[in-house]
Design a protein around this ligand. Structure first.
Ligand code: G3H
Ligand code: 13P
Ligand code: ZN
Length: 332
């Protein structure tokens, strides 16, 4: 049993309370490798932002959970080395799908876990979330639950269509489970293909496809039921068109990739939404930068020569999100 406190990590409690009060959101960035982690930590330190490092089940399978845990511990020390006296870094399990997985993360030093029972019948979701909360709270580890189903793939759980969160259920869910934050479904979804082109309209000024708006009425109703309760938005990548264009220009084939417009996320960040999950945008930034090097320098074979530019591009993206979208800069 390792406590996250010994690793210099923090849970989400105080961080979320400050974010709601201050009208900004904490970035929750997924990481699977060293370059992503370096870029996240550098961006957070240079913008003086708290940050949530997210590890999915897929990331654990890809990179090994023990290694990822030590990398997160290293992230705290790296942040200090970069000049941040008191880094505010959370190590969070993204989309935990069982009690055993959540327990194993708590036991190995995670400071926060998500138990995603959103695909289960309501009472089963309540029971599973409550079980995880009861275990995690013994160690001061915070727990995110989810109500409502996001379209797209939630790790191994795939849903064709979303079901918005039912605001009538949130008080009962939060009270009975004791969860510390609640992920809700208001029209976001995972991945780079969040909307079909036929759901969008064309912006006459730019010629770009504009997706339908998020269901802010559902968010408002949830906030009215649970005033001041921390709300989480998954599936919040914006799928920057410049990365999609760059990928396609250098031999990729991403057709009709559409994300959440940044103005909508800016609006959400000012509300009780205090954690915004972003993964796909970082994948796009990395892929665009790597493809560019491969296309322009076909003789290059030193991985540092393409992973270095990829890391720089991700750092630029993370800083942009922190400063221009979530507003979590200058909070340390
Ligand atoms: O919510 C999904 C995250 O983007 C993680 O994706 O399961 O492919 O690691 P992954
Ligand atoms: P995106 O696919 O929109 O980046 O969402 C990531 C996410 O929600 C991770 O849990
Ligand atoms: Zn998610």
């Amino acid at each position: 049993m390792v406590s996250y406190k010994e690793l210099g990590l923090v849970n989400t409690k105080e961080m979320f309370a400050k974010a709601i009060k201050g009208g900004y959101a904490i970035p929750a960035f997924n990481f699977n490798n060293m370059e992503q982690l370096q870029a996240i930590v550098k961006a957070a330190v240079e913008t003086k932002s708290p940050v949530i490092l997210q590890v999915s089940k897929g990331a654990r399978n890809y990179a090994n959970q023990t290694l990822l845990r030590y990398m997160a511990e290293g992230a705290v020390e790296y942040a200090k080395e970069l000049g941040c006296e008191k880094p505010q870094i959370v190590l969070h399990l993204d989309h935990g799908d069982s009690f055993e997985l959540c327990k194993s993360c708590v036991d190995m030093g995670f400071s926060s876990v998500m138990i995603d029972g959103s695909h289960l019948p309501y009472e089963e979701n309540v029971a599973l979330t409550k079980k995880v909360v009861e275990y995690a709270h013994q160690y001061d580890v915070t727990v995110e639950g989810e109500l409502g189903v996001l379209a797209g793939v939630e790790d191994e759980v795939s849903a064709e269509h979303h079901t918005y969160t039912n605001p009538e259920e949130v008080i009962d869910f939060a009270t009975r489970t004791g969860c510390d934050s609640l992920a809700i479904s208001i029209g976001t979804s995972h991945g780079a293909y969040k909307f079909k082109p036929e759901q969008c309209h064309v912006d006459p000024a730019t010629g770009r496809l504009v997706p339908p708006p998020l269901a802010f009425d559902v968010l408002d109703a949830v906030m009215a039921k649970l005033p001041g309760f921390p709300i989480v938005l998954h599936g919040s990548s914006s799928v920057p068109q410049e990365y999609v264009d760059m990928i396609n220009q250098y031999g990729g084939k991403l057709e009709a990739a559409i994300g959440i417009p940044e103005e909508e996320l800016r609006k959400a960040a000012k509300s009780a939404v205090c954690k915004i999950n972003i993964d796909s945008d970082s994948r796009l930034a990395m892929t665009a930068a790597v493809r560019k090097v491969f296309a322009e320098k076909p003789a290059e074979f030193d991985p540092r020569k393409y992973l270095g530019p990829a890391r720089d591009e991700m750092e630029k993206l993370y800083k942009h999100k922190i400063i221009n979208v979530l507003g979590s800069n200058d909070k340390l």
